[in-house]
Design a protein around this ligand. Structure first.
Ligand SMILES: Cc1ncc(COP(=O)(O)O)c(C=O)c1O
Length: 366
């Protein structure tokens, strides 16, 4: 079946958006003019304020990356103890909990949305539980209302790993408006990026003040207040962010078109795609498909690789199966991790790719 396909250049699962060189250069010129390369410089301040306004949130701090963003959000909120979290996320969600000396307690996912199942959270709460850390998986909003109600009832903090949720809105507001904190990743593979980078969104002035100290060695001038670290974003990274930002809407528009092309060619095939969620503006950050069994996923992935199309198991493994955690099995998450494949998805993807992939899938399971 795949012999009929035309040979082609390798197609990877994503391709970083690079702004026109002249636009990045114009921001770098500002860095050269100010001669300030880091430590809360003018471009950093501009990006921070621009993003804060864009999401209409009270406090936003840029970070070195999305992993330290989660770690320092946990610390800024003073969370110490057990954290209820999702097993279906990138490893950084769990590793951040562990690096902060907290204990991840996994609660399984809703297989439809791939986000933590709020109906299972209360049974996992014990007197040692301090927080819920949930991921808006692939930019699909968690059931924020249910999580909010549970957290209020039990006095828990809520942190959302919103690494995938840039520009996602729910009921007309940024999804980042929910919880005590949300964290973003601006890694080069993300919809909006600063090469490496991230941010923490907070809603409380005191926590934001703590976060600023934590990000910058725990001191202001000669006055040392707390154990801090270096999690600052440089001017050069912030400059990339300022150059990428004006292009985000167009990237989302093109991604939406690509999403529609994939759905069209896959609609007759026995694969599950992400739901369109009510009251949500999606950002079309990823295009995962879920097969009926891990063996089918494996065959599709291998056959695609044979013709130079590289998909990715995202997320794998289910985090309850990491070698350095102890957890009861998380059935729904383990099935998702076994059967999910993220397909190549980025503006500029050669137009034949969705149909080619559909043809491969049809050859195996159609
Ligand atoms: C859900 C999720 N959380 C956290 C991270 C970590 O972000 P970063 O790579 O910026 O450290 C990523 C991506 O890399 C992610 O996908």
């Amino acid at each position: 079946m795949s012999q009929e396909l035309q040979p082609m250049d390798p197609i990877y699962v994503t391709r970083t958006f690079l702004p026109p060189r002249a636009e990045y250069d114009a921001w770098l010129d500002k860095v050269y003019t100010s001669h300030v390369l880091t430590n809360n410089g003018p471009v950093h301040r501009e990006l921070e304020e621009t993003l804060r306004k864009r999401f209409d949130v009270p406090y936003l701090k840029l970070m070195t990356n999305g992993t330290l963003a989660i770690q320092l959000a946990i610390r800024a909120l003073g969370v110490k103890g057990k954290i209820i979290t999702t097993p279906f996320s990138y490893v950084a969600t769990t590793s951040a909990i562990l690096w902060e000396g907290c204990e991840p307690v996994f609660v399984d996912i809703d297989p439809q949305t791939c986000c933590i199942d709020p109906n299972l959270i209360e049974a996992a709460i014990t007197p040692d539980t301090r927080a819920i850390l949930a991921t808006h998986v692939y930019g699909i909003p968690c059931d924020v209302e249910a999580i909010d109600a549970i957290a209020k009832k039990h006095g828990l903090k809520v942190i959302y790993d919103a690494a995938h949720a840039f520009d996602v809105t729910y009921k007309g507001k940024s999804i980042l408006a929910w919880g005590d904190a949300s964290t973003l990743s601006f890694h080069a593979t993300k919809l909006f990026h600063t090469v490496e980078g991230g941010a923490v969104i907070l809603h409380d002035e005191e926590a934001d003040h703590r976060l600023r100290l934590l990000r910058s060695f725990g001191h202001i001038g000669d006055e040392h207040y707390c154990l801090g670290m270096n999690a600052k974003m440089s001017e050069v990274h912030a400059a990339m962010g300022m150059a990428v930002l004006p292009h985000v809407e167009e990237c989302i528009r093109q991604r939406k078109e690509l999403d529609a092309s994939y759905r069209l060619v896959l609609k007759e095939l026995p694969v599950r795609m992400l739901p369109n969620c009510p009251d949500t503006t999606h950002n079309y950050a990823y295009f995962p498909v879920f097969f009926s069994a891990g063996e089918v996923r494996r065959r599709v992935q291998e056959e695609l690789e044979g013709i130079g199309i590289f998909s990715r198991r995202y997320f794998y493994p289910s985090l309850d199966q990491l070698p350095y955690v102890t957890s009861p099995p998380m059935a729904a998450s383990e099935v998702a991790a076994d059967t999910a494949l993220s397909l190549p998805f980025y503006p500029g993807l050669p137009t034949h790719v969705p149909a080619t992939i559909a043809q491969v899938i049809r050859g195996i399971i159609g």
